[in-house]
Ligand binder design. Sequence first.
Ligand SMILES: NC(=O)c1ccc[n+]([C@@H]2O[C@H](COP(=O)([O-])OP(=O)(O)OC[C@H]3O[C@@H](n4cnc5c(N)ncnc54)[C@H](O)[C@@H]3O)[C@@H](O)[C@H]2O)c1
Length: 391
Amino acid sequence: MSQPITAFANHLPVRIRFGEGVADTLNDVVREAGDTRAFVMLDEGIEQFNPAAAALVGQLTNDAGLETTFFHKPAGEPSIEIVDDAIATLAASGAGVVVAIGGGSVIDTAKAARLCAELGVDFRGFLASDRTYPTPSRSLIALPTSAGTGSEVSGGAVISDLQNNTKSGIANPSLRPQYALVDPRLTYSMPPSMTANTGIDALAQAIAGMVAKVRTPIGDAIALEAIRMMGRSLARATKDGSDAAARADMACGSTMAGLTMNISDCTAEHSLGQAIGGVKHVPHGLTIGLVLAETLEREAAHVPDQLERVADALGVPQDGTSDGSRCVRAIRQILADLRFPVLRDVGVTEDELDLLTDLALQDFFVTMSPVAWTRDEVHAAFRAAYDLETR
Ligand SMILES: NC(=O)c1ccc[n+]([C@@H]2O[C@H](COP(=O)([O-])OP(=O)(O)OC[C@H]3O[C@@H](n4cnc5c(N)ncnc54)[C@H](O)[C@@H]3O)[C@@H](O)[C@H]2O)c1
């Protein structure tokens, strides 16, 4: 007999516009957001590697009715120092609208800078404060150029502290962008490895949303459709970056995974992954894929029915099992199809497994599992990932 649904509350007020060409509406959306002065954050050098984003820069620059201040974020995931530079530039610009054109790193930097500019503090000052999150006076318009983090619809931002090798997340509904313009064309320029890394991150988020103890039926519904779309398209988009249907599936699926993550949450794969990222400074999505199968293997013992639903959404035929292992095998197959790296490839050594275990256990997401992870279980998941020599 089924259990009564646990009470829940969901509130995700981001205006989402999806489709090829929606980025072209950016200038109008800036005006709609209430100001003609825009602070635009993007990746340094984006004009060289992303023609669709370069066209957007031209579109903003050539609009005589807009006053645009560009902030070119240096390469790498966001650090406290980069956020502080962005706060100062935003405050000096007088801009009433913030635009973020980039992957999760750019969008997260913009979220953190907007928050701190509102409060008049630098990022360490914010972390040391009682952490209030005022309703922002400036709208944020996010245009994702990767199909991964879902940051364009999420109330989270992840900022690295390079002094102590940790990534710290801040989260609050008021961090969310007001607008997400999700245009698959902005993602076409992603090279294969980045398509695979960011896509695995999105797929992992959607699956985590089905596992977390705070999951809801609304989150499940969005997650299952996101998993269906990304399961059929991740390998295709990685093999042929000009496959429009696959790129659209990944762009839409990753935004939906972001919604799922906000309705539900991420789980242990993100804590183990972020521990690797804190120590090895390799791309976020890569770290998640390195431990995804191993963490799901453990979760299968606790939420087999949910993982069976994931396996169905991935289109895996029934094979007589009902313990969630079909899902784990399917994820291993996807990782093999992507020729995904293994833990040793990012330079993790056996004597670092203890440190990684400690870092993972200090993270929040691991607490979202329906059954608390023990230290031995986290260590065993890292060990299993470490023992893998190839996919
Ligand atoms: N806020 C959230 O909800 C959330 C969720 C998950 C992860 N994150 C964070 O997001 C960050 C990762 O973001 P990401 O995976 O989108 O990658 P990213 O933003 O870090 O980008 C990675 C690299 O790819 C380049 N790039 C971006 N778009 C490109 C394109 N279309 N073509 C070619 N190159 C492109 C960037 O310039 C950068 O050098 C991490 O810091 C992670 O912690 C945030």
